[in-house]
Write a protein that binds this ligand. Structure first.
Ligand SMILES: CC(C)(COP(=O)(O)OP(=O)(O)OC[C@H]1O[C@@H](n2cnc3c(N)ncnc32)[C@H](O)[C@@H]1OP(=O)(O)O)[C@@H](O)C(=O)NCCC(=O)NCCS
Length: 171
């Protein structure tokens, strides 16, 4: 496998239904289930069904390296009085972490949200022990707003999450 060295090796594009096999692999790779709400087993058919039935307010971005989808970011835009709010989740295949893929995905999502969809608040939840993810979010101006106790069950125990958000500078 060719190791990517810089963001120029990473293509960010909208997700397609045909990505379901790569997405299935990445969702269960290495530390991804432990740091998300994914379960360690997942059927490709389930992922294909989900991709075929996404709400129009869900924006999915993928990162492609060596013609393989190695990163995914999903951003759900709210409605009504929270039409200015989006919530996101993301994951990078365990073999491709720490090489700038998450940075490229988050940069693209913030650009899409703030400059094209007029979103001024982007929120997310992250387990309190997920230092790489917290560092990534802080790098992009997300701030911790609170702690969600016993947020999820993980490998036999409960885990807390931080609620983090980024407010657009002019908002
Ligand atoms: C968190 C995650 C999305 C980051 O993606 P990534 O491609 O590994 O991140 P990048 O290589 O772009 O690094 C981004 C920043 O994260 C931080 N970071 C990355 N790896 C780190 C590590 N091992 N320890 C501490 N900080 C780290 C750094 O701040 C880095 O920025 P820098 O390179 O400018 O210093 C990815 O590691 C992942 O998918 N992890 C498992 C699933 C997950 O945690 N999803 C998020 C749930 S909220």
């Amino acid at each position: 496998m060719t190791k990517p060295h810089a963001a120029t090796d990473i293509l960010i594009r909208a997700i397609e239904t045909d990505d379901y096999q790569d997405i299935t692999v990445l969702r269960i790779s290495g530390n991804v289930p432990a740091n998300t709400l994914n379960l360690p087993y997942l059927s490709p058919d389930t992922i294909r069904d989900r991709l075929e039935n996404q709400p129009a307010t869900m924006y999915g971005l993928v990162a492609v390296v060596d013609e393989r989808v190695v990163g995914y970011l999903g951003m759900l835009v709210d409605s009504g009085r929270q039409a200015h709010v989006a919530r996101l989740g993301m994951m990078v295949h365990a073999d491709y972490q720490g090489r700038g893929v998450g940075t490229a995905l988050l940069e693209a999502a913030i650009n899409l949200a703030e400059n094209w969809l007029n979103i001024t608040r982007i929120a997310l939840e992250v387990y309190t022990d997920n230092e790489p993810a917290i560092a990534l979010y802080k790098k992009f101006g997300f701030e911790i707003e609170g702690t969600l106790r016993d947020y999820a069950y993980r490998d036999g125990d409960y885990v807390d999450s931080y609620l983090m958000a980024r407010i657009r500078k002019d908002a």
